[in-house]
Design a protein around this ligand. Structure first.
Ligand code: ADP
Ligand code: MG
Length: 574
């Protein structure tokens, strides 16, 4: 929590205004019972109507001031809390945008969402409470004690019992609810994760008739959260009536003991009433403090979670003085080994190969053999564990990430479609693309044949995630987006898998023509897709087990031969 406070520094001025008005409000709170006791003592008891009206008007004025101070301080406290929330949210967002996939893997998507929404709300709430209540409580409890003692030291002795008892109550509340609130936060994360998985995987869940199972899973998490929340509420249900009981006993004592004193003419009636008010105010401020103890642990757990994001170092950083890539995209992998976080086996092991611009390189291997990992490393989504990757002789870690990625176009294995029109989706590949260029890219990707038949053509709206398109259509749009800009290196990660063989080969023919000066990687599970490449890399369990042309590999690589024979007929192989 402390760490978050430093972001409040720039709002010092607003905070000072808020606290000033809170203190002012506290002082008017303390002044009112004093005026009231005057009315009772000098007005009511002596039947002096003028005096009553006079002081009554004064009370009214003080009350108005009190209300005004409350409104102004609330306004500024809320403003500070909201501005802080805004700052934190944008800090978290910027940080996450700069995360490498390594950090995204580490945190997980759902917790990043919870952290940027619910956790920050918790922090806002508690900052507001601190400004409004915590600064009011000391003024009231200290000022109230002084005022009460000045009215009647004897009656005020009740505070000697009431304050320790209230403190104990506050301590007990804090002790038993803090851990519960902490665990509630975690349970909310779990709930969000399950909900998210269900929303993104809704088709699979229905198709496999897993709705019941998922419902159960959600209900369990929901129940878990509810039980913890109920526990917290049970504690409150017990504690608050207890506090009320203490308060009421205090009042009874004051009235009884005060009556005895009045009887002895040692005290005036108005003073009893004033002391009673002060004692109540003091006790209320203890309840306020206990409220803070309830919200603070929760918010500080949230603050830690938010701070963890803001403060996390991005593992992939730009060098101080980035070098410029000179050349047109000669790639060299030198003994590259890579482990995913916490993985025991390397996803890639001792990978070495070279490629020149103008080459078509096929990468084939069973699923899980490390093909996508290879692409991720080339784009520096992750850093190699060992070895190096050079582009035009320069280690990619010496380039700026922006420049590196501007050289490369990746069509990922799962096509990502954003909500918007088809045109907008393709334009992501090249901001200033003309309509002709977009149509050309769609034609090369063999997407034009279906786009042109749509009622609104390239202006047709696609929904988020492209749910109103088929898998093959999405892939073709992703291909069009990937090829529209001029790049040195193109990577098609399994981008043809949802296309039928005929479309697949049409796309590849068009690509060869369009991208003939660039290095093109085609990753595939299908031998037919990569058979005609200039060079084929055969991956198996993260290692290169074959490198060469189709003809060479048919003689040298057992793994390649197996793949080919299992997929193609005799005529196709020749
Ligand atoms: P392919 O693309 O050939 O199917 P991948 O490169 O995606 O294979 O995966 C290679 C291996 O790395 C697999 O064993 C997979 O389980 C593992 N892997 C892939 N992505 C991650 C990740 N983000 N975190 C941990 N392990 C991963
Ligand atoms: Mg893959």
């Amino acid at each position: 929590m402390m760490k978050i406070f430093k972001y409040l520094k720039k709002y010092t001025f607003l905070i000072i205004i808020a606290i000033t008005f809170v203190v002012f409000q506290g002082l008017t709170n303390l002044y009112l019972p004093d005026l009231m006791s005057d009315i009772v003592n000098s007005g009511v008891v002596r039947g002096n109507v003028d005096y009553i009206v006079n002081v009554g008007l004064k009370m009214l004025l003080v009350t108005l001031l009190n209300v005004a101070a409350a409104i102004i301080s609330t306004y500024f406290a809320a403003k500070v809390a909201m501005l802080l929330g805004k700052d934190l949210r944008s800090m978290v967002f910027t940080r996450v945008m700069n995360f490498s996939l390594h950090e995204i893997d580490k945190f997980g998507t759902s917790t990043l969402i919870t952290r940027n929404t619910n956790d920050i709300t918790q922090i806002q709430t508690v900052i507001f409470m601190i400004l409004r209540l915590v600064s009011l409580a000391p003024v009231i409890s200290i000022g109230g004690t002084i005022m009460a003692v000045s009215k009647s030291p004897k009656l005020s002795t009740v505070l000697l019992v009431a304050i320790p008892v209230m403190s104990l109550a506050v301590y007990l509340i804090a002790k038993y609810t803090m851990p519960l609130f902490r665990s509630m936060q975690k349970k909310l994360d779990t709930l969000n994760r399950i909900l998210r998985e269900n929303l993104t995987g809704v088709r699979v869940i229905r198709a496999f008739a897993k709705t019941k199972y998922e419902k159960k899973r959600f209900e369990n998490a929901n129940e878990d959260l509810t039980q913890t929340a109920l526990k917290v509420n049970r504690i409150f249900a017990l504690v608050f009536p207890l506090i009320m009981l203490i308060m009421n006993f205090t009042i009874i004592f004051l009235i009884w003991y005060g009556a005895v004193e009045v009887d002895k003419s040692a005290l005036q009636v108005g003073d009893i009433m004033a002391v009673m008010q002060y004692v109540l105010q003091i006790m209320f401020s203890f309840i306020m403090i206990s409220m803070i103890f309830i919200f603070l642990p929760r918010a500080s757990a949230s603050a830690e979670r938010v701070y963890e994001v803001i403060n996390s170092k991005t593992s992939i950083k730009d060098p101080e003085k980035p070098m410029k890539p000179l050349g047109n995209g000669k790639i060299e992998f030198k003994n590259v080994t890579f482990y995913y976080e916490q993985a025991k086996e390397p996803a890639l092991k001792d990978i070495s190969f070279e490629s020149k611009p103008g080459e078509f390189i096929g990468i084939i291997g069973s699923s899980g053999s490390g093909k996508s990992t290879l692409a991720n490393l080339l784009l520096r989504f992750y850093d190699v564990t060992d070895g190096e990757i050079l582009i035009d002789g320069v280690d990619i870690r010496k380039l700026s990430q922006k420049e590196l990625r501007e050289m490369i176009s990746l069509v990922p294995s799962r096509p990502v479609i954003f909500s918007g029109t088809i045109e907008e989706n393709v334009r992501i590949g090249k901001k200033d693309a003309t309509e002709e260029e977009i149509v050309e890219a769609l034609k090369i990707a063999q997407a034009w044949e279906f786009v042109s038949k749509l009622p609104e053509g390239i202006k047709t709206h696609v929904s988020q995630g492209g749910t109103n398109l088929s898998g093959g259509q999405k892939q073709r749009l992703a291909i069009a987006r990937g090829i529209i800009g001029r790049k040195n290196i193109y990577i098609f990660d399994d981008s043809f898998s949802a296309l039928d063989f005929k479309t697949d080969s049409k796309v590849r023919m068009a690509l060869r023509e369009k991208l003939k000066n660039s290095t093109v990687f085609v990753i595939s599970l299908r031998a037919a897709t990569i058979m005609n490449s200039d060079k084929i890399i055969v991956l198996d369990k993260g290692q290169i087990v074959g490198l060469g042309t189709h003809k060479q590999l048919m003689k040298t690589s057992e793994v390649y031969r197996e793949i080919v024979f299992s997929q193609l007929s005799k005529e196709e192989i020749a």
